[in-house]
Design a binder for this molecule. Structure first.
Ligand SMILES: Nc1ncnc2c1ncn2[C@@H]1O[C@H](COP(=O)(O)OP(=O)(O)OP(=O)(O)O)[C@@H](O)[C@H]1O
Length: 324
């Protein structure tokens, strides 16, 4: 596999991760297609996309676990893979969960993994391990066997493993996948706390609601392409600018449809008991009076505000299961 990965030109804004035209092809399939990722320092960046959209492949390239086919990667200001060994010490990652021993305690498991790291300093291990356990709220359960841990505790221990040395960037691949609601809340809360401490977090997810709740930035992958990225605020603004829809409940749907078309609404769809239509530039306040003038009994009237999900549907041309 030929890798053509060199450092991109430095931009003015500090970015923890920056890629230019990053691409990965597997035989005939382009899993990651020329993406320009930009994770600002201090962000909690939600890397959102349906299964198979290329998130894990991207993350594996950022961490140097697989080579890129082409494109450029910069992590914490260093071109990759050029500065890899030095830079990756400052990056904690949870990609495939570490193999924990079920009969060892949480603390003993971390000690085992730390001892297996050729860069770790054995003299500082006990203090570093307890600091990591403390950081994820597992110090009180440090002596419990791993197999007695709940799903959320197991995942928090996996994150503690990524925090055995101080990190500037934490990369978490689908950290809530397979967790129960309680475990999901625990991990989400932990990510928020880590971000509050100043760690930049890149977290992948296929759940929009999750990204919306815990992230400051979002990047959306679809079929290997990064279809949009920016702040969560900007995405909500974009949602507000998507054309609103109205829904009129009535027992005279054909007359209602005629009246709505007459007002200039588009995509007018009459169906059993209601009519929906796109508002466009038409003033909402004019709709009900116009229906009444046309002798349409209005049994219900709703303006449907577009959600973030509608933005992604408009970007990808189809919906994907992002709402959980
Ligand atoms: N080693 C590989 N060899 C061949 N194809 C691969 C390999 N790894 C990933 N792919 C393919 O690349 C595409 C992107 O996969 P990837 O795992 O990056 O997606 P994802 O968004 O992380 O989804 P998931 O959440 O399911 O892991 C998929 O079609 C997958 O089958």
């Amino acid at each position: 596999m030929s890798a053509d990965v060199t450092g991109p030109a430095r931009g003015s804004s500090p970015a923890s991760v920056r890629t230019r035209a990053l691409t990965k092809r597997f035989r005939h399939q382009t899993a990651v297609d020329a993406i320009d990722l930009e994770v600002p320092a201090g962000a909690v960046y939600g890397f959102l996309g349906p299964n198979g959209s290329g998130k894990t492949t991207t993350i594996r390239m950022l961490l140097g676990l697989i080579g890129a086919t082409s494109g450029e990667i910069e992590v914490l200001g260093e071109p990759m893979p050029g500065g890899a060994s030095r830079t990756l010490r400052r990056v904690g990652a949870l990609v495939e969960g570490p193999a924990f021993h079920p009969y060892l305690s949480g603390r003993a498991n971390l000690a085992r993994l730390d001892a297996a790291d050729p860069h770790s300093d054995a003299r500082t291990a006990p203090a570093r391990i307890d600091a990591a356990l403390d950081r994820v709220g597992l110090l009180p359960a440090a002596t419990k066997r791993f197999r007695a841990y709940s799903l959320g505790m197991r995942q928090r221990l996996a994150i503690a493993n990524a925090l055995l040395v101080p990190r500037d960037l934490l990369v978490l691949d689908e950290p809530t996948n397979g967790l129960d609601p309680q475990g999901t809340r625990e991990v989400r809360h932990l990510v928020e706390e880590l971000a509050a401490d100043g760690t930049t977090v890149l977290v992948s997810s296929h759940l929009l609601s999750e990204v919306d709740q815990m992230c400051t930035h979002i990047g959306v992958m679809f079929e290997g392409r990064l279809v949009t990225q920016g702040t969560i605020e900007a995405m909500h603004d974009q949602a507000r600018s998507v054309d609103q829809a109205v829904r009129v409940e009535t027992d005279r749907v054909d007359d209602a449809a005629t009246a709505l078309r007459g007002l200039g609404l588009t995509d007018v769809r009459p169906s059993g008991g209601h009519v929906s239509a796109r508002l466009g530039e038409v003033e909402v306040a004019k709709i009900v009076p116009a229906l009444v003038d046309a002798y349409v009994p209005v049994l219900g009237f709703t303006v449907v505000r577009p959600s973030l999900e509608d933005v992604f549907v408009s970007l990808t041309g189809e919906g994907f299961d992002v709402s959980g």
